[in-house]
Design a protein around this ligand. Structure first.
Ligand SMILES: [Zn+2]
Length: 100
C-alpha cells in the first residue's frame, strides 16, 4: 500500500508539542513490590496534556524525553509570542476605534 507520509517524516519529532513533560512517582499496586511499603516509588517520565478538559498522560521512552521537552518549550514560546501579538492588536484596534 502506498503511504503518503514518508516513514522518516512520521518518526521525526514534531516542531511543537502541546503539553508538559513531568516525572511521576507512584506505587504500582502490587502487594509484594518494594513500593508497597517504605521502598522507593516507581518513576516514569510522561507527557501530561489536557484533552476535553481532562488531564491525560502518555509515557515517554527515555530516549525521547529531551526532544519532547524541547518541542513543548517551543510550543510555549510560540504561544506566548502569538498572545502578545494578539494583545497588541486588540489594544491597537480599541485605541483606533475610540479616536473616531
Ligand atoms: Zn511497585
Amino acid at each position: 500500500m502506498l503511504c503518503l507520509v514518508p516513514v522518516k517524516a512520521k518518526r521525526a519529532m514534531p516542531k511543537t508539542i502541546r503539553g508538559t513533560v513531568v516525572t511521576q512517582r507512584r506505587r504500582c499496586g502490587k502487594a509484594n513490590c518494594r513500593c508497597a511499603n517504605e521502598g522507593s516509588l516507581h518513576e516514569s517520565v510522561v507527557l501530561s496534556y489536557s484533552e476535553h478538559s481532562r488531564t491525560r498522560v502518555v509515557m515517554l521512552p527515555p530516549e525521547e524525553v529531551e526532544a519532547v521537552r524541547a518541542a513543548t518549550g517551543r510550543y510555549r514560546a510560540a504561544k506566548k509570542c502569538l498572545e502578545e501579538e494578539a494583545n497588541a492588536g486588540l489594544a491597537q484596534l480599541i485605541s483606533r476605534l475610540r479616536q473616531r
